[in-house]
Design a binder for this molecule. Structure first.
Ligand code: ZN
Length: 140
């Protein structure tokens, strides 16, 4: 992949084709001041097609949010035009403030200051449930 355009920043690579926009929204990349490039359907030797996000700034990526949407993605950290670190993403055990519980009687609906916590209850099916009321999150 061509990373010449980035001197310092982060590349989210190997995103399953079609999930780039969802990750862009979930990580609130539209709120950043720096330039962000979203490449959809880039060709990949390994995957056929993939999405790539390039962020022209060293930011903290919410690895849990990313892992929830696409556990196969890779994070590449670039400084001074060199790759300094690669991190693989995995399915998180716990999601904090990524999803909101839809149960109107859930304690998080009335207690606004509580964090929204979901736990991975069935890893094989990627099922997450609210820690407080056990309501199932939207399945992917
Ligand atoms: Zn709940």
């Amino acid at each position: 992949m061509n990373i010449d355009s980035i001197q310092t920043g982060i590349v989210i690579d190997h995103i399953t084709a079609g999930k780039g926009m969802e990750i862009y929204n979930l990580l609130h990349l539209d709120k950043l001041d720096c330039s962000v490039a979203l490449l959809l359907n880039a060709s990949s030797n390994k995957m056929g097609c993939k999405d790539i996000i390039k962020i022209n700034q060293d930011i903290d990526i919410d690895m849990n949010a990313l892992g929830y949407v696409d556990p196969g993605a890779t994070i590449v950290i670039i400084r001074n035009s060199k790759v300094v670190e690669k991190r693989t993403v995995s399915l998180p055990e716990k999601l904090t403030n990524v999803l909101k519980c839809k149960n109107p009687r859930c304690i998080t609906t009335t207690e606004q200051e509580l964090p929204h916590v979901f736990l991975l209850t069935e890893p094989s099916k990627r099922v997450y449930r609210c820690m407080y009321c056990e309501t199932k999150a939207n399945s992917k």
